[in-house]
Design a protein. Structure first.
Length: 239
């Protein structure tokens, strides 16, 4: 799926009507020592942690003819945790690698996924200075904000997204920047109605995992803003 824009059409996303999260880790998880075999187009690295459909960037390497450094590709044909192939699009054919590769470096690209927003928690703590007025009654003379925070909780129904976020794990704590796209269910145009600015944050798993039981496997993630001041939101210009 292409990265969303401010005029995101949620009907074109995997799960229409859900919020979309674009998360870019501060330090992208890298795998090194990757090899490639031209005769099979297979890219190999034991314990790579990638899953089918993941978007990864080819950083550098010797050989790997057919891949372009700095370009992101979709992972396909994963075999256990030892090898995979790459494609230019999510459903495209495997890229033809025409020269063997060695010493390859790959890293995860910005992660884009859909989710149901559960909660926006925020709080403000103030300290007040009170002074007596002319009648001796205490009045608030000054108020100072001492603490403020914004936290977003989302439900993820595809646990493979957790692997993307936490580098092959189902939990962790990853810092980076995020942009949130919140659709309006009453918007007949089917477009995103609120788009956040890019803000620094930390992403963690919130609570446990809910497995199966005639339902989707579900997990919750928490996005805690590190931005100084409140996050600014923009209304979709077409709404």
């Amino acid at each position: 799926m292409a990265l969303p824009t401010a005029a995101l059409n949620v009907a074109d996303t995997i799960f229409a009507g859900l919020s979309v999260i674009q998360f870019t880790p501060t330090t992208p998880v890298q795998i090194t020592g990757v090899t490639a075999t031209a005769s099979t187009d297979v890219v190999a690295k034991s314990g790579h942690g990638y899953t089918n459909g993941m978007l990864v960037k080819f950083v550098s390497g010797t050989g790997f003819t057919g891949l372009t450094a700095g370009t992101s590709y979709y992972v396909r044909d994963v075999v256990a945790a030892t090898s995979f192939k790459l494609a230019a699009t999510a459903t495209g054919a495997a890229i033809d690698i025409t020269a063997d590769g060695s010493d390859g470096v790959f890293e995860m690209s910005p992660i884009v996924f859909e989710s149901r927003m559960l909660d926006l928690a925020g709080g403000m703590q103030e300290q007040e200075l009170k002074m007596p007025d002319s009648t001796g009654v205490l009045r608030v003379a000054r108020a100072v904000t001492t603490e403020e925070n914004e936290e977003f909780t989302f439900e993820v129904v595809d646990p493979k997204r957790m692997l993307n976020i936490f580098g092959g794990k189902l939990s962790g704590s990853v810092s980076g920047t995020a942009i949130l796209y919140i659709p309006d269910p009453e918007d007949a145009s089917g477009k995103c109605s609120l788009v956040s600015e890019s803000f620094s944050c930390r992403v963690t798993r919130d609570g446990g995992l809910s497995f199966g039981n005639s339902d989707f496997t579900k997990a919750k993630i928490k996005i805690k803003s590190f931005k100084v001041g409140a996050i600014t939101w923009t209304r979709d210009a077409t709404v």
